[in-house]
Design a protein around this ligand. Structure first.
Ligand SMILES: Cc1cc2nc3c(=O)[nH]c(=O)nc-3n(C[C@H](O)[C@H](O)[C@H](O)COP(=O)(O)O)c2cc1C
Ligand code: SF4
Length: 523
């Protein structure tokens, strides 16, 4: 977005985290200060840079690049504005050039390259920052070459399962011409995750571009973006971006004048964790209760409304434009083993420096928690880290050398899931966390299969007995047996992965389960 030369360009995130920290008030106060001081200001509500402890982060464009101030409280606005007008006069909240902030500098931002930089509501700004370059190449190369490029990049689904995206696309592309769909999973139900939301709020056109490329690659003409209802900001930004893209001819009967037909719409979820599971999500879009479907058939063969469907996570689709623009080899060169490219890791829980940290696969858990996250916010020792949402294992410090990699985490009975990391200090009671995992499963279970529906309720009762010291040994054996039944007998990963947090808590923190019987608390 362009502003007159004499106009100060000031950025205050409109991202939900920043707004929750008071960014709206800061934005209004800055506009009032500019009005009162008769200073011409263009105030842009950008996405967040992902340094949550610095929100609301105010940035100003200067000859030295953007300069940041944060976290700005309402009472700081006057002095911060005065410092900005005085062209960088010293101010205690001044953080210097934004790009030089070490936390940001240490990252490799591929998917989040534009987040916090562009005006999310401006298609021109998107184009000015390499937007739609991937689509241009995709249109020139054609469907089969696109699928090949995505396959060669090594991109794996960022929603949790890590399934190769290229193979999924190829399966749908190979089905005979018929109505096909692209569904983007923006249900983002995992605890401690917010990367999908941040992309949608900070760089919505990248997701539209990624879905459009997926449509052209597979012959799908219609896309659905399923966003959880708890994300009103993301829903508003995406709807706005969709109508802008449509008006500009980037969606519709002939995308960018290419003759390819692709359009998409937003569908709002109804608040069930299981609706993030791909087949329950399809049921939900079809207007039914969110219940898991048995597989086969795979959604790629018989998905939405019984038609071939690609379902991908926001981050998987948002990585696509860059892969097409820079080439598969560029993306594949980042990472380790079979985990290629970068992962937007979400640091949450009891951490000093929480936020979005995008980096190549291979960084260790210890580096993320101790160095990047700065340890616990409370100043107490880190006791456990849950990686991969509510179905992820709890890792103790002894496993902090685990590299962020799908296979390395699986080898230690864990998962990286959607890249969420939730940190607990030494005051956490891991038996309570294990009970919570079972209780969560019992509440969120869709009820379709017995191991999950009944097992989770029996699991809560068994953990309670262990903690109360009632026939401890016997009940630990029952819990282990129950977890195995859920793991191997459940229809989907909700029941199948709940044993991971439960068993990891029991294995790594046995003392919290009352190694010595506490009969005074017995039933
Ligand atoms: C209970 C449950 C919840 C899930 N929630 C999400 C979610 O919120 N977002 C998501 O992308 N995938 C979620 N998944 C994974 C999806 O089923 C599916 O694997 C994913 O959307 C595929 O996209 P990807 O290949 O790009 O990862 C969930 C799976 C289960 C079992
Ligand atoms: S594991 Fe749970 S959520 Fe998944 S199908 Fe079975 S009952 Fe439904």
């Amino acid at each position: 977005m362009t502003a007159p030369d004499n106009c100060l360009r000031i950025f205050v995130p409109g991202d939900a985290t920043a707004v929750a920290c008071g960014a709206d008030v800061i934005a209004m106060s800055l506009e009032a200060a500019a009005f009162n001081g008769k200073v011409a200001v263009s105030l842009i509500r950008n996405g967040s840079r992902g340094m949550h402890w610095l929100e609301p982060l105010v940035e100003v464009e200067t000859a030295r690049g953007r300069v940041a101030y944060g976290p700005v409280a309402p009472e700081d606005v006057e002095s911060v504005f005065a410092a900005i007008v005085a062209d960088g006069a010293p101010h205690p909240l001044c953080l210097g050039p934004t790009e030089d902030i070490p936390w940001l500098k240490k990252q490799t931002r591929l998917t989040f390259a534009r987040c916090g930089i562009v005006d999310p509501r401006s298609l021109d700004d998107y184009r000015a920052h390499d937007g739609y370059k991937g689509l241009t190449r995709a249109l020139a190369d054609g469907p089969q070459a696109i699928v090949e490029e995505i396959t060669q990049s090594g991109l794996r689904g960022r929603g949790g399962a890590g399934f190769p995206t290229g193979i999924k696309w190829q399966t749908v592309a190979k089905t005979p011409p018929q109505q096909k769909y692209i569904v983007c999973n923006a249900d983002e139900g995992d605890s401690g995750t917010f990367a999908d939301r941040m992309i949608m709020e900070g760089d919505p056109f990248v997701l539209i571009e990624g879905m459009t490329i997926a449509g052209i690659a597979t012959g799908a003409t219609k896309g659905y973006l399923y966003i959880r209802s708890e994300y009103p900001h993301a829903i508003a930004v995406m709807n706005d971006a969709l109508s802008t893209a449509r008006k500009a001819g980037m969606l519709g009967k002939s995308v960018a004048g290419s003759g390819y037909d692709f359009d998409m719409e937003v569908r709002v979820g109804a608040g069930a964790y299981v609706c993030g599971e791909e087949t329950a999500l399809l049921e939900s879009i079809e207007g039914k209760r969110g219940q898991v479907r048995a597989k086969p058939p795979l959604p790629a063969h018989k998905g939405l409304f019984g038609q071939p469907t690609v379902i991908n996570n926001v981050l998987s689709l948002a990585a696509v434009p860059l892969i097409l623009d820079k080439g598969a080899a560029f993306y594949r060169d980042f990472g380790m083993g079979r985990s290629r490219g970068t992962m937007p890791i979400q640091l949450a829980g009891n951490l000093k420096y929480g936020g979005l940290f995008e980096t190549a696969f291979g960084i260790t858990l210890g580096e993320l928690v101790d160095e990047i996250g700065g340890g616990c916010f409370t100043g107490r020792p880190v006791k456990a880290v849950q990686v991969g949402g509510p179905l992820g294992a709890y890792f103790p410090r002894a496993l902090f050398d685990t590299p962020f990699d799908y296979e390395a985490f699986a080898a230690r009975d864990g998962l990286i899931g959607h890249g969420g990391i939730v940190v607990f200090d030494d005051s956490a009671d891991m038996a309570k966390q294990a009970r919570f995992a079972m209780e969560f499963c019992a509440i969120e279970s869709c009820g379709k299969c017995t191991p999950c529906r009944i097992g989770s309720t029996r699991g809560v009762e068994t953990v309670d007995r262990i903690v109360k010291g009632v026939e401890r040994e016997k009940n630990v054996a029952v819990l282990t047996d129950l977890c195995n039944t859920m793991k191997f007998g459940s229809l989907c990963a909700l029941g199948g992965f709940t044993p991971y947090p439960v068993m990891s808590a029991l294995t790594h923190f046995p003392d919290d389960f009352g190694a010595a019987p506490r009969l005074e608390a017995a039933e």
